[in-house]
Design a protein around this ligand. Structure first.
Ligand SMILES: [Zn+2]
Length: 154
């Protein structure tokens, strides 16, 4: 629910994982967990949701994309304008490394479909960042990252 804002889409995929229903008298949490902690967590989650803290800020993501693009351009500009020397190479390397790191975090959020309510828009931006800024396959990342999250509990 944190990473996928489209609840209908989440429910659609969660249906295949449904293995049974709890009886009304059964607790809706693992028996080995502390009931008070579970209730506190649920109350905290409800409060966070009411305060709107889980809503994505589109301006933040737009500025992060712009910032990443500007750092990328600056990295190449240093080489183009000042020529190739050890100093310009090092400065360019630092700028491009920062841009690549920022692009990776940025595409991760879009890859998790956590920015826009419409998954299609998330995938379009993720593909732009992955394919054009990182020169990697968004589909490759999606497939492997979904497996990573599916296996994260093991
Ligand atoms: Zn992830």
């Amino acid at each position: 629910m944190t990473f996928h804002l489209d609840k209908a889409l989440v429910r659609k995929h969660m249906k295949t994982l449904l293995i049974g229903e709890l009886a009304p008298h059964e607790p809706s949490f693992e028996r080995s967990k502390n009931k008070l902690l579970v209730e506190d967590f649920r109350e905290l989650r409800s409060t966070v949701k009411k305060l709107g803290l889980m809503k994505s800020n589109h301006l933040f993501f737009f500025l992060l994309l712009l910032h990443t693009l500007l750092i990328e351009v600056a990295g190449w500009f240093v080489l183009w304008y000042f020529g190739t020397s050890i100093n310009t190479f090092l400065i360019s390397t630092v700028l491009l490394t920062i841009a690549q790191s920022q692009a990776n975090y940025l595409q991760h959020d879009f890859g998790h479909v956590s920015v826009f309510n419409n998954p299609k828009w998330n995938h379009i931006v993720q593909e732009f960042v992955m394919c054009h800024l990182k020169a990697l396959s968004a589909n490759w990342w999606q497939r492997h990252h979904n497996q990573h999250h599916a296996n994260i509990r093991t």
